[in-house]
Design a protein around this ligand. Structure first.
Ligand code: UT7
Length: 332
């Protein structure tokens, strides 16, 4: 039994936070943000719009586009570091309930920006082992809930959104996943961290006074390591599978910073047409970034049935992952 990437869906909140808006909030400029990150705007969820709400909307689309019913789904995995609740119940359980999925295993994974590709590897293992037939995987983030909007080094980067995919069993090798690499190095844990709440820093007045509940990032160090790791990772997965970069129609990297995307794309000598870029309009949506980008090219008619995708991601943990697989759903 093989696993195939059966469908894609995404949801973005309607509220836009532009660089001009940020200029009024912190000491920054549209010019600096554009030049250093490639980001023009990002979406922000409303106060009563939770991670599970965005995830549910993306999931409904993915299930429908796979031609399935919610009753066909036999596993739900939600990748998020901004769950509805720290630490229970899992957002995957809440999404299952909102979708009307009953008595099905559901859990979250916290692999930051690498979450969606990590979830792909989990779905692949469950499907290939014969344990599950149709796995719903989600990357969803209300990142604005952990961003300090007085910190110019982070607040310009992140946005909210969700993406979802159905991974299904198939006996047709042609449409199967080719390979996934996923890895981590916890010695860099302090590069990207939300110090609280957690068992190290349970919620307290000190946590609130010091803003320890907000994301902290060693931006420049993370940037350099991201370029190095991502470049090596994609070259390794291509070489291992005997596939040339020029044969990849859709390179979908994590959308953290246009300069990182360009550096990795250039190192593979990829053309503009091959590299998918959505960071300009959504910012960095962490685990949601890759499925949102895949949804973008599917909805615009760029991604067709059977075409090869190379996914590549890097994030808190530190974690990183890459995947090589054909899109096995119907073209739009
Ligand atoms: O998704 C997970 C992985 N995350 C990433 O991959 C993010 C990686 N990091 C980055 O994208 C970039 O490092 C940033 C966009 C966060 C920062 O860009 P940079 O080119 O690395 O800038 P820097 O941190 O080296 O800062 C350069 C200067 C500093 O001023 P001085 O010390 O040179 O006077 C900063 O204080 O830019 C200043 N600065 C800003 N200026 C205007 C930092 N943030 C801002 C800002 N507006 N928003």
């Amino acid at each position: 039994m093989y696993a195939k990437f059966h469908s894609i869906g995404a949801y973005v909140p309607s509220k836009v936070l532009s660089n001009a808006d940020l200029e009024k909030m912190v000491d920054t400029s549209d010019e600096w943000i554009l030049k250093r990150t490639g980001i023009s705007e990002r979406r922000i969820a409303s106060k009563d719009e939770n991670t599970s709400d965005m995830a549910t909307k993306a999931s409904k689309l993915a299930i429908k586009r796979a031609g399935l019913e919610t009753s066909d789904i036999d596993l739900v995995v939600c990748a998020t570091v901004t769950p509805d609740y720290f630490n229970m119940p899992a957002t995957a359980c809440i999404v299952s309930d909102k979708l009307g999925i009953k008595n099905v295993q559901a859990f979250d994974i916290a692999s930051a920006c690498s979450g969606f590709v990590y979830a792909l590897s989990i779905a692949k293992a469950f499907v290939e082992s014969g344990m599950k037939k149709h796995v719903l995987i989600i990357g969803a983030e209300k990142f604005s809930s952990i961003v300090d909007y007085t910190d110019r080094t982070t607040c310009i980067l992140f946005g909210d959104g969700a993406g979802a995919a159905v991974i299904s069993a198939t006996d047709n090798k042609e449409e199967a996943f080719i390979d996934i690499h996923a890895s981590a190095d916890g010695s860099y844990a302090d590069f990207l961290v939300t110090p609280a709440p957690g068992s190290v820093n349970p919620l307290s007045q000190k946590v609130l006074d010091e803003g320890l509940n907000f994301v902290q990032m060693k931006g420049n160090e993370t940037f350099k390591l991201a370029v190095k790791t991502l470049t090596k990772d994609v070259k390794d997965i291509l070489a291992k599978n005997g596939i040339l970069a020029e044969d990849i129609p859709h390179f979908v990297p994590h959308q953290a910073n246009y300069r990182i995307i360009k550096a990795v794309g250039d190192s593979l000598k990829m053309t503009k047409e091959q590299v998918v870029v959505t960071v300009g309009k959504y910012g960095n949506t962490s685990a949601a970034s890759i499925p949102m980008a895949i949804n973008d090219i599917w909805e615009s008619g760029r991604l067709k049935k059977g075409e090869l995708m190379l996914l590549d991601t890097f994030g808190g943990g530190l974690t990183w992952a890459s995947a090589l697989l054909p899109f096995a759903g119907e073209s739009k």
